[in-house]
Design a binder for this molecule. Structure first.
Ligand SMILES: C[S@@+](CC[C@H](N)C(=O)[O-])C[C@H]1O[C@@H](n2cnc3c(N)ncnc32)[C@H](O)[C@@H]1O
Length: 288
């Protein structure tokens, strides 16, 4: 979930990020748990499940609210493409250029908020997600937008439903919800599919809020009734499940990038309501 606006952004060279990791709690049937959790929110509030703002609650958004929701995705895609254009000088990434920009993979596509504007510029766009209900909402949104070059398939750590190479791989506010062992497998599987000179923007959360907030999140996870009360107080859907947040350590990510032949071009730091993260701008510079 996107827990508020991006409130601070700065280059990595200006400020070192603290590395934190509260030990995550894993269950044995994590995949099923995760899918159920996201399907629950997708069944009642798929758009709010992606962007936690009261105006995005409900299954159907009004025309203006729907336009506002997808405008956030367009703004994000513009920011990402401009970033790659500036960093590589490659005209493929010029958001004002003629395009198209080849094959695109969006990991944790949700309802297609970002996949759809990417698809508009791509020869083919593939969105993957753990939630079948999010995937069908995204497919319907693509159909309504006339974007027949987009497909939506189930995600797993090996990306078994995904074939071929990609020119651009993207993931935003998604890995933070995936337990790091699974997330790192998924990340490696994705980066192995990055074409020579292809680029990837991967957002990872590295610190999940202040210690008191983490303690309350632990209690909410353990006691669903408390979670429901907090949701009511915030005006969130009371039946919405608790969605876990997982911080990732930066050094193993850097090692993973190196193993897979991936170079870090830039790091843009993010702060979503106290959850600190990094948008990694990456490029394949050698075979993995
Ligand atoms: C906060 S939403 C972000 C959606 C989209 N990236 C965006 O910014 O609009 C997180 C998405 O990640 C998906 N997700 C959660 N765990 C996942 C996993 N293990 N593999 C793929 N997608 C996952 C959820 O179903 C949800 O659609």
């Amino acid at each position: 979930m996107h827990l508020g606006r991006l409130s601070a952004r700065h280059r990595s060279s200006k400020k070192a990020l603290p590395l934190m990791a509260a030990p995550p709690i894993y269950s044995t049937d994590m995949d099923q748990d995760e899918r159920d959790r996201w399907d629950r929110i997708a069944s009642s509030d798929p758009y709010f499940g992606v962007l936690v703002e009261p105006r995005f609650r409900g299954r159907q958004l009004s025309g203006a609210t729907r336009a506002a929701f997808f405008a956030t995705g367009m703004g994000h895609v513009d920011q990402v493409l401009r970033g790659f254009h500036r960093l590589t000088g490659d005209p493929r990434w010029d958001p004002d250029g003629p395009g198209p920009i080849g094959r695109i993979l969006d990991i944790g596509c949700g309802v297609g908020r970002i996949t759809l504007p990417l698809a508009r510029r791509a020869t083919e766009a593939v969105g993957v997600d753990i939630s079948p209900l999010m995937l069908s909402e995204a497919a319907e949104n693509a159909r309504l937008a006339g974007l027949s070059q987009s497909t939506f398939v189930r995600s797993d750590p090996e990306l078994t439903q995904v074939t071929g190479q990609f020119d651009l791989i993207h993931s935003y506010i998604t890995f933070q919800h995936i337990p790091p062992p699974d997330g790192c497998r998924l990340l490696a599987s994705a980066l192995r599919r990055l074409a020579p000179n292809g680029v990837a923007m991967i957002h990872m959360t590295t610190r999940t809020g202040a210690p008191i907030g983490r303690m309350i999140r632990g209690l909410r996870r353990r006691f669903p009734a408390l979670n429901t009360i907090i949701h009511r107080l915030r005006g969130w859907p009371p039946s919405a499940p608790f969605i876990p947040m997982y911080p990732y350590h930066r050094p193993p990510l850097v090692a993973l990038f190196d193993r897979e032949g991936i170079q870090i071009l830039d790091e843009v730091h993010t702060d979503h309501g106290g959850h600190i993260g990094i948008m990694f701008f990456l490029r394949r510079y050698r075979a993995g």
